[in-house]
Design a protein around this ligand. Sequence first.
Ligand SMILES: Cc1cc2nc3c(=O)[nH]c(=O)nc-3n(C[C@H](O)[C@H](O)[C@H](O)COP(=O)(O)OP(=O)(O)OC[C@H]3O[C@@H](n4cnc5c(N)ncnc54)[C@H](O)[C@@H]3O)c2cc1C
Length: 421
Amino acid sequence: MSDPAQPPLKVLVAGGGVAGIEALLALRDLAGDRVDATLLTPDTEFTVRPWTVQEPFARPTAHRYPLERVARDVRATLHAGTLAAVDPARQVVHTGQGDELAYEALVVALGAKPEPAYPHATTFRGGPDAEAVHGLLQDLEGGYLRRIAFVVPPGAAWPLPLYELALMTAERARSLSLRDVEISLVTPEDRPLGVFGVTASDAVAALLDEAGVQVHLGRYAEIPDSRTVRFTPADGSFEADRIVALPTLAGRPIEGLPAAEHGFLPIDDTCAVVGVRNVWAAGDGTSFPIKQGGIAAQQADAVAQAIAVHAGVTGLPTVPFKPTLRGMLLTGSGTKWLRAAVAGGAGEAASIVSEHALWWPPSKIAGRYLAPYLATLDTALASAAPAAGAGDVPVDVDLGHAAPAVHAEGDPAGGIELLGG
Ligand SMILES: Cc1cc2nc3c(=O)[nH]c(=O)nc-3n(C[C@H](O)[C@H](O)[C@H](O)COP(=O)(O)OP(=O)(O)OC[C@H]3O[C@@H](n4cnc5c(N)ncnc54)[C@H](O)[C@@H]3O)c2cc1C
């Protein structure tokens, strides 16, 4: 319920990635015409980066969507440009292109800057680095190298893509019957993908073991040259022909907004930027320690909820930000679905692993609004995913309210139905 006499709230969303799009979709659903939304972005396309792990293996590539189309579907004005500075006292932002835009609610969703952790390793940040890893695979297949190390650096906020690369490389070597290939994975984690809890982690450990990947857990690595992985504090090292590492992430500090350690935006439990009125933030650019698409989307949902209330919408349920991790692990020979409540140091997370989709539509980025929206834009994504069948684990949709009212232009169903909801 809302007061129709109140003019729509001017909402500016900076950043057209996971969090920005999820926030726009959620806002349109929760607040309808109570908000007048603008998307400020330098990009023309949204890329689902998690799929870029497949590109080195010449498997289906990342899905890309024109932001012009997305903006039209959510009835937002698209403003090309970058967020350069915020003046919270006047409630305006300055763009890198010299424009000034006014807001009544600002959503900062700029993502994070991936920075190489090791100068002597191949850094895998997704798309642009796929070619280098593809070359490495060709060398493996041609017999020019046989030992590959995959390294998670300290401070890497989302290690899953490296597990996928290691497992897919092992599967490629197995399927081509390559002999004497040694694949290792080095990580500071105590357990493989331990953030998903014991049950899921045990399943991942079994997968790695089956694939013949040597796992070095609880290890901080140094890479003094392009062929050596040294454990630190000093207790051993090993040689590899090639080393692939994840980047570390840093925030994108914005003039006028506070910055926490490494330039991330400090947020409170409601995803409001600390100490600044009417500014919220979501996604990898925030101080929340897990940088993952599903978490970015959940933060964006919390932000949209708060802004809808600010826009005068009443009667919305109060949904506290209780993050749940959902991970779709590509193994080269199949998919594992992992889910855990984020325990935040409060004991062991409830941990589930399944061969079948645990949420619907099945998607790499489990955004409540984003996943069904993208599924309608890209039927290939939905049809390539495993189908639900008898005996599946019940689908976890956990909608706190009705299915999204926003749908893709041309969607023949005329709306989005979340199956199982
Ligand atoms: C290889 C790889 C695999 C991954 N696998 C998974 C996975 O399996 N599951 C999962 O959930 N997550 C996965 N992730 C993480 C996921 O992609 C990120 O957590 C998610 O994209 C973060 O969303 P975001 O909106 O914060 O940032 P982004 O999606 O990065 O979006 C930020 C946007 O802001 C724009 N921007 C930057 N600066 C400015 C500015 N000054 N003004 C305006 N716009 C700006 C950027 O161009 C970008 O479009 C993976 C990531 C990578 C790289």
